[in-house]
Design a protein around this ligand. Structure first.
Ligand code: I3P
Length: 128
């Protein structure tokens, strides 16, 4: 795809597999539906892809990399949210539009890295 940001391709900050559930859409509460998601932090956005491992062989196509959804991190809020789940290592991301996601990993170091990296992007955008 063509570069944006005045011709500068946004920097890939981080990518990896996390468990994800959306819990609110525009401030309206949703029923939880946890599933593994390939998460990519690039530029000002967190982009979610279907977990490749959860796809059937027939759904494997080269270039089949259409994101499921994407979150604008400008003005977003990040909080540890272990009280919102029976799972460990859960944080909540809330967008300015009132969409809320829980993200989770069984691996403590991994989820801490994600939290720190996303918070750094949010802080950078707050200063702009
Ligand atoms: C939900 C499911 C979720 C669980 C949620 C349950 O049940 O077990 O995994 O969230 O708990 O309601 P269902 O599949 O019937 O929708 P956690 O795994 O995050 O605890 P909750 O309602 O207490 O949030």
């Amino acid at each position: 795809s063509p570069p944006d940001n005045n011709g500068v391709t946004p920097e890939l900050e981080k990518a990896g597999l996390l468990n994800k559930t959306k819990i609110a859409e525009g401030g309206r509460k949703l029923r939880k539906n946890w599933s593994p998601s390939w998460v990519v932090l690039v530029g000002n956005s967190l982009v979610f892809f279907k977990d490749p491992k959860s796809q059937t062989p027939s759904s494997w196509k080269p270039g089949n990399s259409r994101p499921e959804s994407s979150v604008d991190l400008r003005g977003a809020q990040l909080h540890w949210a272990n009280e919102l789940s029976s799972k460990k290592n859960v944080f909540k991301l809330r967008t300015v539009t009132g969409n809320e996601f829980l993200l989770q990993s069984e691996t403590d170091s991994l989820i801490k890295e994600w939290y720190k990296t996303i918070q750094n992007v949010i802080d950078r955008l707050d200063r702009e």
